[in-house]
Design a binder for this molecule. Structure first.
Ligand code: ADP
Ligand code: ZN
Ligand code: ZN
Length: 736
C-alpha cells in the first residue's frame, strides 16, 4: 500500500505547514479541516488537516505518524476554511496561528465538536446485521451494548447509555470494529432558528425603507453595502428588519460590533425583537460560554450571532447576512499577533459565502467611502434622524485669552447650569482617564517619567498612584521632587477624575456619573451606570470614548468637548480622520430624543480647517478634503502600506535589523514600492524595549504584496531574526 501524508497547520510561530504520515488506523483518512493529534518534539499538539497528499514535501525519513484523529468532519465550513487560508497569506501570518486565533480555546484543547447532548451512538449497517453468535460472544459487554443499540435505531445519547451501564470504552471498541458509530445530530426542527418576532417592527422612514429593500433584494448574493447614516438615524432598525428577512429565509445573520459597542443594551434590543436564540461572543465571556455560542452558531440553532472582532470567524450553518456596525471603529483591527482587520475579512467572507454585507457608520472609514464612490460598495444614505429627532447644533468656544477653571470656560459652566436646570443631562467628554497627565515640580521643572517608556505616567487619585498607560507600570508618586527636594509637586492637565472633582464642587446637588475604563472595571459596572443614567433626570456624565459609542441617553441635550486639539496635531496620517469621527460620535449623543441637542467644542484652534469644515459642512465634506490629501500622498485608500516593526532591549538592534531587511529587499527589485526607514517608532522606548519601523508603500496593491511575500522568508532567515521581536503589519491602522 502506498503511504499517504497529512499536511497540517500546527499552532507554531513558524511560517510553514507540517507533514505527518497517515497511519493505517486512520481509514478513512480525516477530512480536510478536521483536527488531528500529533507528536511535536516532546509535546503533543492538535493540528488542522490542510490536505491529504500522496507525496511528502519534507524528507520522508524524518516524518512521524499522526497519533489520533479527533473529528470525522471538518471543524469549519469550507467558506471559513478558505477565508483563513486566504488570510494567512494576505496578512503574512503563520497559518497554524491563524487557525488558533479563529477557534475557541476549548476546541483547540480537544473538546468534541458537538455538545454531549448533540451526539448519539447508533449501530452501523454492519452492526445491524452482525451475527451475535460469532466472535463477539467472547466480549459479552460489547455484545450486550450492540443488542441495545440495535433496539434504538434513532440512536442513543451518552447519558442514557451510561444509565444502562454501557461505558465509553465498550462503545469505542464497537466503533473500532465498525459495528457502532457516534453521530452528530442536527438540531430537531423545533430547535431550528425561529423567524417569528417578539415585538412588531417600527414603521420605517422612506430612507430606511429604501435601505432595507436594497439589502433584502440581494439576499442570496454577494453585495457589499455602506450604510452611511447620521447618529440616531435608525441604522439599527435597518439591521433588525434586514435580519428579520434573513431569518424568514431560514438563514442566519452575523453582526459584528466594536468592543465597547457590545453593551447589554445592544443585545437587549436584539432579544426584544426576535424569538430566535442569539449567540453572543466577546472577550468578557468564559471559554465554556464561548464554546456554547460557537456551537449554537455552527449547528444553525442560533439565528443571530452578535460578537466583537474575532466573531468574524464564527461558523454558520446557513449564512444569510453579515453586518459590521460602526465599521470605522479601530477595535476591528487586531493589534498584535495575527493582525487582521475584521471588517475587511467580513467583506471577504461575505464574498466567499455569497451573501450581502452591510457596513454601517455615521462616520465611515475613508477606505469604505472610497469603495462606495468607486461603486464597489452600494451606498445607502440615512440623512435624517429617526422619529423626528433633530441634528445637534455645534458651537465653538474660543479658548484663547479666556480664563478657565480646571479647563472649563465660564460660558461652558453657564450652559451646563442652564441645561441641568431644565432637568436635562450634560455629557462632558475628555479622552483621558485618571486625574492629571503630568506631575510637575513647580520649583525646578522636573516631571515624572516612566522608567520603561518614553512617556509620562498619569496621576490617579483613587487610589493615589502614578500609572503608565503604555506599559502598565504603577507606583506611589514621590513625596518630594527627586531632583530638587521641593514638595511643591503639581498635577498639570486634565483627566476625567479631576473633571469629576471640579464638577462635584461646582454642582453639588446634581448626580454625576464618571464612565471610563477605571470606573467600569468590575463586571456589570457599566450596565449599572447606564441604568442609573437612564433613571436620573438632571445629571452630569463625565467620560472617555467609552461614552461616545452606541449609547442612547435620551435626556442628554448638551455635549461638551473639553479638549480635542491634541487630535488635530497627531503624528499619524489617520489622526485627523479619527478626531473627526470621535467628535461626531460624541456629538451624536446629544438630542437623540424629542429635545434638540447642543454641542459645545472648546478649542484653541477655532479656525482650524478640519474643525471648521466638519462642523459647518459635515462629515462628507471633511472626508472629501481628507481623501484628496491622501491621494496626493498615496496613502490609503489611494495607496497601500505594510509596516515592519522591530523591537529589542538593546537600543541599536532594531534599526540594524531593519536595515538588514532593507538590504535583503534590494535583490527583490520592485522599485515602485517606496521604502521609508528604518526610523525610530514615535514612542521609541516602550515597556523597556526600543522600537523601530520600516514602512513600505505603493500606489498599487499587487507589487507591494509580491515584494512582501518574497521578503518574509528572507527576514526569517536573517541572523538577527532571533534577537529582535519583529512583525509584519499589512494595512496597518496606526503607525505607532
Ligand atoms: P443609529 O443606530 O443610527 O444610531 P438607532 O437605530 O439607535 O440609530 O435609532 C435611534 C432611535 O430612533 C432609537 O430609539 C430607535 O428606536 C428610533 N427609531 C429608529 N427608527 C425608527 C422608526 N422608523 N420609527 C420610530 N423610531 C425609530
Ligand atoms: Zn524639583
Ligand atoms: Zn511605561
Amino acid at each position: 500500500m502506498t503511504r499517504r501524508y497529512l499536511q497540517l497547520a500546527l499552532p507554531s510561530p513558524l511560517r510553514q505547514t507540517f507533514d505527518y504520515i497517515l497511519p493505517a488506523k486512520m481509514d478513512p483518512p480525516p477530512p480536510v479541516g478536521a483536527r488531528v493529534r500529533v507528536p511535536f518534539g516532546k509535546q503533543s499538539l492538535l493540528g488542522i488537516v490542510l490536505a491529504v497528499n500522496e507525496q511528502a514535501s519534507f524528507d520522508e525519513a524524518k516524518l512521524r505518524p499522526a497519533d489520533e484523529a479527533i473529528d470525522s468532519e471538518p471543524v469549519l465550513p469550507d467558506s471559513l476554511f478558505r477565508l483563513l487560508r486566504w488570510a494567512a497569506d494576505y496578512y503574512q501570518h503563520p497559518v497554524g496561528e491563524v487557525f488558533d486565533t479563529a477557534l475557541p480555546v476549548l476546541l483547540r484543547q480537544g473538546e468534541p465538536l458537538a455538545a454531549p447532548g448533540e451526539t448519539r451512538w447508533q449501530a452501523t449497517r454492519l452492526g445491524q446485521l452482525y451475527p451475535l453468535d460469532g466472535t463477539i460472544k467472547r466480549a459479552p459487554k460489547q455484545a450486550a451494548a450492540l443488542v441495545t443499540l440495535r433496539e434504538h435505531p434513532q440512536g442513543m445519547i451518552p447519558p442514557l447509555l451510561s444509565g444502562l451501564g454501557i461505558d465509553r470504552p465498550t462503545l469505542l471498541a464497537l466503533e473500532k470494529k465498525g459495528l457502532a458509530e457516534c453521530v452528530t445530530q442536527s438540531p430537531p426542527a423545533s430547535e431550528q432558528a425561529s423567524a417569528s418576532l417578539r415585538e412588531p417592527p417600527l414603521s420605517l422612514s422612506n430612507e430606511q425603507q429604501t435601505a432595507v429593500s436594497a439589502v433584502i433584494d440581494h439576499l442570496g448574493h454577494f453585495q457589499p453595502f455602506l450604510l452611511f447614516g447620521t447618529t440616531g438615524s435608525g441604522k439599527t432598525e435597518v439591521y433588525l428588519q434586514a435580519i428579520a428577512a434573513t431569518l424568514a429565509r431560514g438563514e442566519q445573520a452575523l453582526v459584528l460590533v466594536p468592543e465597547i459597542g457590545l453593551t447589554p443594551q445592544t443585545v437587549a434590543r436584539f432579544r426584544a425583537r426576535f424569538q430566535t436564540e442569539i449567540a453572543v461572543l466577546h472577550s468578557g465571556r468564559n471559554e465554556r460560554e464561548r464554546m456554547d455560542a460557537w456551537r449554537a452558531a455552527r449547528s444553525g440553532r442560533a439565528g443571530i450571532v452578535i460578537g466583537t472582532r474575532s466573531a468574524v470567524f464564527t461558523p454558520l450553518a446557513r449564512p444569510g447576512l453579515l453586518i459590521v456596525d460602526e465599521e470605522h471603529d479601530l477595535s476591528f483591527k487586531q493589534h498584535e499577533g495575527f493582525r487582521y482587520h475584521a471588517r475587511d475579512l467580513a467583506v471577504r467572507r461575505a464574498q466567499l459565502e455569497g451573501v450581502p454585507i452591510v457596513l454601517g457608520s455615521a462616520t465611515p472609514a475613508l477606505e469604505s467611502l472610497a469603495n462606495a464612490t468607486s461603486g464597489r460598495y452600494e451606498l445607502l444614505r440615512l440623512k435624517e434622524r429617526a422619529a423626528g429627532a433633530q441634528e445637534p447644533v455645534f458651537k465653538l468656544i474660543d479658548l484663547r485669552h479666556q480664563p478657565t477653571r480646571e479647563g472649563f470656560t465660564d460660558s461652558l459652566l453657564k450652559a451646563m447650569a442652564a441645561t441641568l436646570k431644565k432637568n436635562e443631562q450634560v455629557l462632558v467628554f475628555l479622552n483621558r482617564r485618571g486625574y492629571a497627565p503630568v506631575l510637575l515640580c513647580h520649583d525646578c521643572g522636573w516631571h515624572a517619567q516612566c522608567r520603561r517608556c518614553d512617556a509620562r505616567p498619569t496621576l490617579h487619585r483613587n487610589p493615589v498612584r502614578l500609572h503608565c498607560h503604555h506599559c502598565g507600570a504603577e507606583g506611589p508618586p514621590p513625596r518630594a521632587c527627586p531632583s530638587c527636594g521641593s514638595t511643591d509637586l503639581r498635577p498639570i492637565g486634565l483627566g476625567t477624575e479631576r473633571v469629576e472633582d471640579l464638577l462635584r464642587a461646582q454642582f453639588p446637588d446634581v448626580p454625576l456619573f464618571r464612565v471610563d475604563r477605571d470606573s467600569t472595571r468590575r463586571k456589570d459596572a457599566l450596565a449599572n451606570l447606564t441604568t442609573a443614567i437612564h433613571d436620573s433626570k438632571a445629571a452630569i456624565l463625565v467620560g472617555t470614548q467609552m461614552l461616545a459609542k452606541g449609547h442612547h441617553f435620551p435626556r442628554v441635550t448638551l455635549v461638551a468637548l473639553l479638549d480635542m486639539d491634541g487630535g488635530l496635531f497627531g503624528a499619524d496620517f489617520r489622526a485627523s480622520e479619527h478626531t473627526a469621527q470621535l467628535i461626531l460620535q460624541v456629538a451624536g449623543r446629544a438630542g437623540r430624543a424629542e429635545r434638540p441637542g447642543l454641542v459645545l467644542l472648546q478649542t484653541h484652534q477655532p479656525e482650524h480647517p478640519l474643525i471648521h469644515e466638519l462642523i459647518t459642512q459635515g462629515y462628507p465634506a471633511f472626508a472629501e478634503r481628507a481623501l484628496a490629501e491622501r491621494r496626493l500622498l498615496s496613502f490609503p485608500p489611494h495607496g497601500f502600506l505594510v509596516l515592519i516593526r522591530a523591537e529589542a532591549t538593546q537600543a541599536e538592534l532594531p534599526a540594524a535589523f531593519l536595515q538588514a531587511i532593507m538590504d535583503a529587499a534590494e535583490s527583490l527589485g520592485r522599485p515602485e514600492v517606496q521604502r521609508w526607514g528604518p526610523v525610530p517608532a514615535p514612542m521609541e522606548r516602550r515597556a523597556g524595549r526600543f522600537r523601530a519601523h520600516l514602512l513600505l508603500q505603493c500606489p498599487q496593491r499587487a507589487p507591494l504584496r509580491e515584494l512582501v511575500t518574497a521578503l518574509v522568508p528572507l527576514i526569517e532567515s536573517l541572523p538577527g531574526a532571533r534577537k529582535v521581536r519583529w512583525s509584519v503589519d499589512v494595512d496597518p491602522q496606526d503607525l505607532s
